[in-house]
Ligand binder design. Sequence first.
Ligand code: PLP
Length: 488
Amino acid sequence: MNNTYYGKLIFELSQEGRCGYTLPDNELSEYSLESMPAHLLRGCAPALPQVDELTVVRHYTNMSNNNFGVDTGFYPLGSCTMKYNPKINEEIASHRDFTGLHPWQPVDSVQGALAVYYTLQECLSEIAGMSEFTLNPFAGAHGELTGLMVMRSYHMSRGDEKRKKIIVPDSAHGTNPASAAVCGLEVVQVKSLPDGTVDVDDLKPLLDDTVAGMMMTNPNTLGIFEQRIGQIASLVHECGGLMYYDGANLNPLLGRCRPGDLGFDIMHINLHKTFSTPHGGGGPGSGPVGVRAGLEQFLPNPRVTMDEAGNYDILFTDESLGSISGFLGNFGVIMRALAYILTLGNEHLKMVGPLATLNANYVKESLKDCYELPIEGICKHEFVFDGLKDKSTGVTTLDVAKRLLDNGFHAPTIYFPLLFHQALMIEPTENESRETLDAFIDVMRRIAQEAATHPQVVKEAPHHTPVRRLDDTQAALHPIVTFKELAQ
Ligand SMILES: *Cc1c(COP(=O)(O)O)cnc(C)c1O
């Protein structure tokens, strides 16, 4: 472990009576103690290390240096769009005039914040080709659930109550079937063809008057554009179902092609992916949901509206499916997304997709002689290898991923999508320079060579990280997060 202080853990440095801080006197302390129920009072001081301030500063600084993020290195985590998060977004999102607001403030005192919300709603509608967006959902998966609830509300409003099935491709992200199940829908899988796209012949027999709709992402999780999307949307519409677009892969389409024009009725966008909010640690996120004309009334409460005089209001309606979050969603993420969109503008937003696509194809073509490429041809913003080309060494995708860590790269997404046993899913994003991509390609090629000449080195990787290879199962079942347990 190198998160020690000259070989010692911070608890081992504790010296009785040593102190690195002074707290101001708490004028309320006596009053608070009296009003506190006895069983909630602590009997003795917590066992914290007693160290000087400098040691604490070094402890936390050194720990933070063990962190890996987009700001420290290349992060090609497929499906997650780990793009650069411009620092100006942070500055704007943390502006006091916004962070100081309270959600219960009167509407006429938060017109600026509502303008931000409403303007982003409008931008997303334009980018996606939808009629209206809600920014309330807190993540992509939360958006999926909200969108499927819109779908259900639509069918119910027509008295069409037998539509309980939702069609999901076998290449779909796990959240798709999960959200559908949470929404009380029955998931029916449709197969993919060898080229990675939906098999229309497998889809046709599934379509009848019990189908609520179909969920798709395009380009799909293999990075392949579904060319038959027009035909698929027509088939689903003909049987009375609605098309749901999982917008996690919107990045390559920005400003070039709109889900609304492809035949989708309802969709979500992962603001934290496409529109630049740091999301490596599992949040915060935002999953706005957009709908085509005729479905707006079902969107969750509350909705932000603007009247002819340009005044904003917060509306609750009876037709709405109800509330799916407290207040109006993750406002900081919403501000970052708007800042990002306005900074790039229409012209530069159009460059995101082509550059992300170019970078992905460059990496794919440069590595396909060493790694198994199950689907040939041009991909969009990401692609999937099925492990090393030479499988005889026994070196797996997990081993390759761990060896990348030794070389200062974050690993790609591994073992997803489930269509391939050794999936290695790479998404470089539009931001990376030719030099960074070349360095990554170089290391990936070296690992492939190493797998042939010194397979044990790869199988035992990582060798140079703060902790060596973890037992994933034990780490998930019995995480050791405190010093006390560590000592046992
Ligand atoms: C990330 C992702 C999701 C889920 O989004 P979250 O914001 O993580 O909840 C759904 N579908 C696809 C294809 C994704 O990549």
